[in-house]
Design a binder for this molecule. Sequence first.
Ligand code: FAD
Ligand code: MLT
Ligand code: ZN
Length: 476
Amino acid sequence: MIQPASAVPSAALESLAASFSGRLLTAPADTAPFLTDWIKRWSGCALAVAQPDTTEDVAAIVRWCAANRVPIVPQGGNTGMVGGGIPGEDGRSLVLSTQRLRRVRAVDPLNNTLTVEAGVTLLEVQQAAREAGRLFPLSLGAEGTCNIGGNLSTNAGGVQVLRYGNARELCLGLEVVTADGQVWNGLRGLRKDNTGYDLRDLFIGAEGTLGIITAATLKMYPQPAARMTAIATVDSPHAALRLLELAQQRLSSSLTAFELMNDFCIESVARHFPASRRPLATPSPWHVLLESSDPISEEHARDSFDRLMEEAMEKELISDAAVATSLAQSEAFWTIRHHLAEAQGREGDSIKHDVSVPISAIGDFVVQTNAALEHASPGIRMVVFGHLGDGNLHYNVTAPVGGSGPAFRAQQGLFNDIVYEAVTRANGSISAEHGIGQLKRDKLSRYKSEVELKLMARLKAAFDPDNLMNPGRLLP
Ligand code: FAD
Ligand code: MLT
Ligand code: ZN
């Protein structure tokens, strides 16, 4: 007999288990992977983990939860960075994993849309678009594992926002199970639809606090004719910004990625993933990874890209550069970039900040905030990387060598204050792309206005009056 850890009668849980035979996990060995996050920072307990196969299943589970007053924690690929998909420790919640909602429901190349269920991985969405001769441009390091439902619920960014926008801008329609267990079918493939409040945009980025996304209609784009990728060394974030400006002038909308990494990033990837060698021999405090996606031809792509790199060299914006001459080399550059999160984890304890400021303010932000942090805690190692073209940095503080442990972690508040105050002075955001989850929930009241907070609280109450959808996440 299943023993619920909360006030839910065992008969009620037995009846749910009977309806979802084999898809309601309660044994600790089965539930464990759903109860700890990717960075191993949060772990929790749950009444059970449900794995519905269809939207109707999701609706039935939500209705059961509503009837039994059981909080629901939606979860996709569990790669989130802010603990939003991990339940609390009281064991009262049900984790609703969308990983088995796996169908590609429709592909419409003429409309440039595809409709997929929430549990399809981002990589599979990209593949489905490629099979239709199109591009689904959302791309990030966790793409083999994260799910499109999770991407939309966090309004994920990644490495091509500069050209194509974040998850929100790539979504035309949603299907959602509401907090009272109804199904809203808003799977419209329309570029124009002014028929009132945009419910789709409310569910996107809501981190599971308003309802459960079960499917989405997404935009596709033409596949580029050719891609060019390079890594270049620059002296400072200011120089990187000048390179960004030049690249945008010369390549226009063909510039699809522009990523910044400080030297410690490159060094730690080389240390922990020896197959990823340093891309350039010239020592430099900063590296930029840039990519163009050319609509015309391989030759056109190479010509314009080579001219850009030559001009950047002549203007002394870069000191060295390697332009990939094959797909394998381009992938090797991206492998360095996509291993940063993992390499950082292997260096020891880190306090992470996912922030954005106006692009023009990034240079001063980095110089001044690095100095303030190093003054406050000598010996820390700054891990600074991110999507410079979007004004978004992963601005992380790693413990000194051998300095991981409670004393370092106790400085989290101090580091957060220094970074978030600098972000606020620059009119930036304390969460650029990862969301709020558990990590930043209590910071919201400090960094959002009372008016915004009140409106958000009213929306939450309207969509989820019983506060059962991912309670205690996102909202203070
Ligand atoms: P989960 O972690 O499972 O859930 C995230 C949140 O969404 C939770 O609050 C959860 O409750 C909610 N949720 C999940 N599915 C649903 C649903 N169907 N309906 C309602 N709510 C739901 N993020 C970026 O933005 N850009 C990056 O470049 C980036 N790079 C990454 C690189 C690595 C190596 C890793 C590990 C993570 C990276 N991330 C990045 C963070 C993460 O991958 C994204 O936040 C991603 O969108 C989360 O998707 P998921 O399916 O794993 O969601
Ligand atoms: C990235 O851009 O690699 C991520 O968002 C992950 C991270 O911040 O560690
Ligand atoms: Zn990122």
